[in-house]
Ligand binder design. Sequence first.
Ligand SMILES: Nc1ncnc2c1ncn2[C@@H]1O[C@H](COP(=O)(O)OP(=O)(O)OP(=O)(O)O)[C@@H](O)[C@H]1O
Ligand SMILES: [Mg+2]
Length: 226
Amino acid sequence: MLEIKNCCKSFENQTVLQDVSLTIPGGSIIGVSGASGIGKSTLAKILCGVTAPDAGEIFLDGQLLVSEKSNYDRRWGLAIQMVYQQPYATLDPSQKIGAGLRELISYHRLTKNKQETEKLIADILAQMQLPSKILAHLPRQISGGEAQRVALARCLLLSPKLLILDEATSMLDVSTQANLLALVKAQMLPNGGSVLFISHDRALTDFYCDTVYAFDEDHRLKEVRA
Ligand SMILES: Nc1ncnc2c1ncn2[C@@H]1O[C@H](COP(=O)(O)OP(=O)(O)OP(=O)(O)O)[C@@H](O)[C@H]1O
Ligand SMILES: [Mg+2]
């Protein structure tokens, strides 16, 4: 479904991705692990079109998404959604959580009327184990773990083909984390969707993922467990 071929990326003479290739089959959970500062988030940002690769190509369902020569194709990019490591990054600081969700739903025409919209919001809050009072709060008035769950809710609403979780449950307690990871699996995999699970927690990654890759010291990505 997603194919990364020979991607390289450097920042000011510092190599961050060294000839990275990775295939993410439909219906799979792929783990990426590695030391802090090694390049995990950079790889994720390239997949989302936030950062451009210096070399290499990325294909989504056989279509070129981005390469060193061609810009990120936003039409296909919508099918790739990411929960960022900094959970407040995707939330407008001046917009209440509820207004942000309503805007997202109406912009993408996910419902037919107001009633359906409110039902969809109530359902997704329940799934994320979030209290409805947060709808009236600004991002700075919710906790880090709540912000992670709002960011995840916003991604899931768009039914992506690939969901990237970049340390996305790091601020949750163990039981909420387990519930949400199970929910993500149940929503993504049956429809042929995939998850790219980025974490420094190797035990969690080994437990949750079908295949696990890790960055070595030379910023090369290697399979460490199938
Ligand atoms: N825009 C940028 N400009 C310059 N250097 C950058 C930029 N973005 C990332 N880097 C550097 O690239 C390296 C890899 O960063 P990245 O965020 O990918 O690490 P990571 O593996 O996600 O680490 P962590 O586990 O701490 O989240 C780091 O040394 C970082 O300082
Ligand atoms: Mg990171």
